[in-house]
Design a protein around this ligand. Sequence first.
Ligand SMILES: *[C@@H]1O[C@H](CO)[C@@H](O)[C@H](O)[C@H]1NC(C)=O
Length: 357
Amino acid sequence: MSSISSYFRPALTVITLLAGLTVLFLMYYNSFPSPKCHPPPSHVQKPHTDKPVVLLWFWPENKMFDFKDCKTLFDIDSCHLTDDRSLYSKAHGVLLFHRAIQDDLSNLPTSHREKFQRWIWFNTDSPTNTRRIEGIKNLFNLTMSYRKDADIHLRWRLTLRKKTDEDFVLPKKERLLCWIVDNLDLNTAGEGYKYYKQLLKHIKVEIYDRSSDEFWKDENYFQIISSCKFYLSFENSIHKDYITEKFNGPLAAGTVPIVLGPPRINYEDFAPGNSFIHVKDFPDAASLAEFLLKLDQNNTAYMSYFNWRSFYIARRHLTEQNHEFAYAICQACYYIGLEMNSKFRVVPDLYKWFLLS
Ligand SMILES: *[C@@H]1O[C@H](CO)[C@@H](O)[C@H](O)[C@H]1NC(C)=O
C-alpha cells in the first residue's frame, strides 16, 4: 500500500497544482471586459461583414472597374463597395456622381434615408463645367471634389520619399516642349489655347491628340511626357484648387510642368515651388519661350527643377479609361471606412461653397 501511495502522491500534487493554475487562469481571463463592450480601435481591420457599405449609385460615364482594384491598386479595403441598389438601406455612404443626376432628380434614391447614411456629392469637374441642378443644395452630407476643403479629395498627392524608393534618374529627353490635348483644351475660347497660340510664335510645341487610341495606354501617355523637357499643364478652366492630373502627369513622368491655372501660390499648396514653371512668372508668352530656350542650354539650371525629388515622390495616376474614376471612388471607401468620420455633417449650401467661394 505504502509503495502505491508514495507512487501516487507526487502525481496528485501535480494534478492539484494544474487544476489550481487552470482556475487562476480562467479567473484572470474573465476579469478582462468582453470585447463587445470595447469596439476595436479604428486601425484594426474589421471582418468583411462589419465593414460599412458604400453604394455607388451611378457608374460615372459608365466607366466600370472591379471594386477589388481599390485593394490591389491603393491598398484600400476599409469598406464594402457595391453598385447593388438593393443594399441602399444598409449603405453608410451613397456616392452620387453629379453629372449623372437628372434635372428633376428623378434618378436619385427615393426611399427613406437611414439616420446613419451619408450622401456624398461626387464631382470631378471645375465650377465652369458643373451644371447647376436646382434642388440638390441641401441633400448632401459630404463633398468629394478637387477642392482642398472638400471632405474627400480627388487629387493625386505627392508623398514623402521612402528609403526604399528608387533614386530619380532623368528620363531620356528627345523633345523640348509637348502637350497632349483633348477637346476641352482646344476649346478656342479657353485661356490655355490662347496662350498656346502665342507660345507657338516663339517656340516649337509638339502636340499629341488624346482622342487617338494609341495615346490612351498607360505607357504611351507617360512615355511621351517623359521624353519632353517641358510639358504644358494647362487646365481647361481656372479655379481655386482646380489642379488636375495634367499637373501630376509630368511630375510623375520626370518632366517640368508649365502650368496655367490658379495662381502660383495655389499650386504651392500641392507641390514644391521649384517643381514647376507658372506662365504668370513671365510677363508674356515670348519671355516664357525665351526662358525655356535658355534652360534648354543650361543643364544645371534645368536640373534644379528636380531637386524636390530627393524628398518627395509623384506617383503615376491611372490613365486607362475605365479607371478614370477609380481613385476617387476608392478614396470615398477609405473615408467612410474610418470610424472617426462617422459624425453628423450636412453640407449647408453646396453651390455657395463650390461655385462662389
Ligand atoms: C445628412 O444630410 C441630411 C440632409 O441634409 C440630414 O437630414 C441627415 O441628418 C444627415 N445625416 C448625417 C449622418 O449627417
